[in-house]
Ligand binder design. Sequence first.
Ligand SMILES: Cc1ncc(C[n+]2csc(CCOP(=O)(O)OP(=O)(O)O)c2C)c(N)n1
Ligand SMILES: [Mg+2]
Length: 747
Amino acid sequence: MADRNQCVKDNFITFVREGALPQQRKLTLEAVGLSKEDVVDLFETQVMSRHLDLQSRVMQKQGQSFYTIGSAGHEGNAAYAKAFRSDDMAFLHYRSGAFCIQRSKEVNGQTPLYDMLLSFAASSEDPISGGRHKVLGSKALNIPPQTSTIASHLPKAMGAAFGIGLSKRLQHKGELKDDSVIICNFGDASANHSTTQGAINCAGWVAYQSIPMPVVFICEDNGIGISTSTPTGWIAANFKNRAGITYLYCDGLNVLDTYQKAKQAADIAREQQRPVFLHVRTVRLLGHAGSDAEFVYRAVEETEAIERQDPLLHTAKILLDNGILDEQQIISLYQDIATRVAIIAEQVVTRPRLVNAAQVMDSIIPNERANDYLRLVSDAERAKLFAHEKHNLAKPQHLAKMLNWTLLDALAEQQNMVMLGEDIAKKGGVYNVTAKLSERFGKNRVMNTLLDEQSILGGAIGLAHNGFLPVPEIQFLAYVHNAEDQIRGEAATLSFFSNKQFTNPMVIRIAGLAYQKGFGGHFHNDNSFAVFRDIPGLVMACPSKGQDAVEMMRSSLKIAQEQQKIVVFLEPIALYMAKDLFEEGDGLWTSKYQHQSLSEHVIDQTISVHGDGDELCILTYGNGYYLSRKAEQQLIASGIKARIIDLRWLAPLDEQGIIEQVNACQHVLIVDECRETGSISEALMTLINENANTTPLSATRVTAKDCFIPLGSAAYHVLPSEQDIVTAAQAIVQKATHKREAVRSKS
Ligand SMILES: Cc1ncc(C[n+]2csc(CCOP(=O)(O)OP(=O)(O)O)c2C)c(N)n1
Ligand SMILES: [Mg+2]
């Protein structure tokens, strides 16, 4: 069977020599605004990209390259790079090699062939990912690296575009220029993904309200996704008439047409601040990736017909028709670049790779930076801010109010902080945590979004790319799951895949966990955050008391801003309004709000310890902490000397603090309101097992059942109760006493 890589490589020379070039619509250089030099420049870029693809497959056979998905057939995207400015941030499809090369020509000091080959070879000198992945990206070129998940970059592109207008409205000094636009390309099959649909819908939703949204979505339609054909006409039919969005079409095989339409798209987005959908017809050559046996699902004749539409042949025709280069010059350029690429490939494989876990993991955590967005807030200003609460400020409050006031102070001080979520503006959120914030700071700082969690979280990533400190809200924990990839696959991986060059810090507020009285059912009482437990570098906070919530929110904002990390701030709904601990009116679960400026606040990620009993150490958090504190009286009555630890930070765990407490006690009881499977109790058991000095006589768990939460009082059958805690504590202590007595009586 013919080696299609070799066929495509050789065909170019043969077809140019024979003059067997594809038909195309005639456009003049003058009409599209390109010079002869520009076309040669674009052609050179296309050829560079093609030889990189071919070389990656040679390297793969030698065991020197690990990722062969290429750009062949899509090299027309070089023309976008010319049509846009190099400071227009680009979120790219994996077939955008030519775009990157062309853009690198617009910026001084770039070595695109060497850099991309380093990334093929997974060398630690690869300037974007440091050898962690073959990603297209570059700090200098304003191209954040993209992971392999298709469509997942569209929400952040939308968010970044929104952030350009927002930045102007707020006079925020961000990373992106006020007159820049965002570029985002993707494939035709990816256009069907709910993430794509959601992001484009959100862009249209914003633009429909005449709010600036300067983004150009570019669909590179090669008619297929791996082996599945896109129905003829589907992309145009689907996207031609979207509210708020201008649709343009071009022939991506023809660089003149592509350049002209891309320029038009850029102009609309830049001048009118509106989203554009640019539909680019293209072809896919060399299969989906090196490993793809295209002949299994595509007739060879079809593949050969597509190869005759090679965009390089189209550009060669333009060069010949316009008398810019002759056949021999075209072929020489093609062959010279092949030689150059092969020589560089020999060099890159000698360059170092990542050699140990520490090197690989080094970029999970971003570098720290100064907080440049803090401002002094005068007492007079604060008095105005809190005018509606002046009679309440000195009184003890519940958690929801304490958080609300913390956010009020933080918004005044941290100028780049913006909040976004469903119903958080006028309504103040479902639980009033964001009450008055929008009224005080305006809808540019505290905004209602449309109902789409992917757009909320992706939007936050895009804002963070522009120097904002986003605080997105997810209305209920159960609803983060349909958008979790925006955190898991996107936000959390950015520093890792960019070798710390790009970051997208944020504090994601999520109302969650169970025990809500009067608002039942699983989706408002979801008790699993397992999805966050294994994300490298992610910080997770869960306060159970108002005063802690204040300090932990301040720490979270600082962790995000100064350490550039992603923080999930889980707010236990059932404790939002809790005031009392033992009996009605005791007010033991309230606290007084203490103002402290963020600049004075010292980040604290430790546990809190209640009591000093040395018999039983209860490790818990959230509602479990509240219930354990309730249970304490019964424990004392049964003669058990306990201390109760509120973990407060669920990721990373304050391991040292926990072990110290465990070591000071004889027994450990873990009270975890989440499920037996996947809850943090598993990590705590492991931690104790591996690290406690004196293995405690016994460590045991009280957890929720592996069940969803039903309505009404049935919920309490599957959740830990105060009585469960008392019973388990008594059992663990008694068992140990019996054991001791048995040992004594034997001896
Ligand atoms: C969310 C997700 N699902 C599935 C895949 C596997 N996958 C990778 S590329 C691809 C096809 C994409 O086709 P298209 O969008 O047309 O882009 P093309 O490869 O044709 O340029 C699929 C299914 C993925 N990367 N991400
Ligand atoms: Mg496709």
